[in-house]
Design a binder for this molecule. Sequence first.
Ligand code: NAD
Length: 434
Amino acid sequence: MDISIIGSGYVGLVTGACFADVGHNVICVDNDRKKVETLRSGKVPIYEPGLEEVIHRNVSAHRLRFTESTEDGVKHSQVVFIAVPTPPLANGSVDLTYIEKVAREIAAVLTEYRVIVDKSTVPVKTGEKVADTIRRYNKAGVDFDVVSNPEFLREGCAVNDLMNPDRIVIGANGDRALALMKKIYEPFMAPIMVTDINSAELIKHAANSFLALKISYINAISAICEASGADVEKVADGIGADKRIGRSFLNAGLGYGGSCFPKDLAAFIAISEQLGAPFTLLKEVQEINKTQRERFVKKIRDTLWVLKDKKIAIWGLTFKPDTDDVRSSVAIDVANDLLREGAVVQAYDPKGMARIEELKLCPGIEMKGSALEAVSDAEALILATEWNEFNNIDLDEVKKAMHTPIIFDGRNLFDPGTMTQLGFQYYGIGRAGG
Ligand code: NAD
């Protein structure tokens, strides 16, 4: 199949690379000239485990190429995927200007039948608007179909998720488009769920909101654990062993962040209100998420008393491990909370530091070259993102390097008993003594 992907970011680039890897011919389009030049020069602009290898393999095999031209992409493909950003507006609803612009751009160059697939996360009923827009701006009246094919990949393991999906959701209204979509996904040998377009769009928002709800659920329990002396890890194991519930996404911590959950929840709330069916439960999910971080910072303040001029180390700044994505990272919010109170923040992250400096997300933070350098003379250490590197570190060395061995484990990475034995004053989330 000949496929183009408009938007070559975390979703578009990984999708394009994986489609090429199963044998399709793929054109990745992006209107960011620098990004296209970087990709053409053989470099990969984002960090995603395994991605560079897949891209190189398929560029060499002439199955994958990069362009700035939407016309080039649309002209040379049967199916055109849209994977551009859908950021939040101030009121929580989705900024759909990127999607609308791409719809117009496609319409302007459409000369024969194409399937236009929305892979970006969008509010229910967006597909109808995309179809209306293309119809309005394509003067020649060319036939086309719009399909919704939401993406469920997780950054940090995106290539694996793309290659081995739990399910593929295809929202289509016609057999012609559906047949082409099935052909694209056939090599992935995953269950294909066919729905109407509205249902497919809704599945994505409903799925992300449910996952965020699970995180807030266990975080609310972690607060009760702290107040009662119970251990949230044991409670999560006890709940999660029930097959109807499951253990995944029951990890208490600093709360959810990243470029998807916060914005998708806000968007789902906004669209539910617009439709006259307000999903108020999700507002509580947001509130718990916010409170969880505030409780954590309070714990630091309660322990260290005055934060002004205190040297505090932070390990991990990306929104989750194994990615360089720092968008809406809770770790950065915590760093900024401390900086605002006058603390000296020394941080280390394996992949995210350059991007934070580039985007100026944490003015005043001191980036260090290693985890050990970050804890040098520190009066406390915050574990904010659970990179595996921190799991394998020599904790005796860490203790020696610190001024006072106090650790706030925002992801419950370390075992409280071991840490106490090693001489640390340990504070976890929802754990006895923490
Ligand atoms: P991103 O910002 O990493 O990438 C978007 C790309 O689109 C950028 O490279 C940008 O330059 C390009 N772009 C914007 N307008 C364009 C245009 N008119 N023509 C060509 N290129 C254009 O965003 P992302 O993280 O890949 O997310 C894309 C969509 O996928 C969003 O709707 C997001 O919610 C959804 N999604 C993201 C993830 C994730 O983990 N990142 C997972 C599932 C779904």
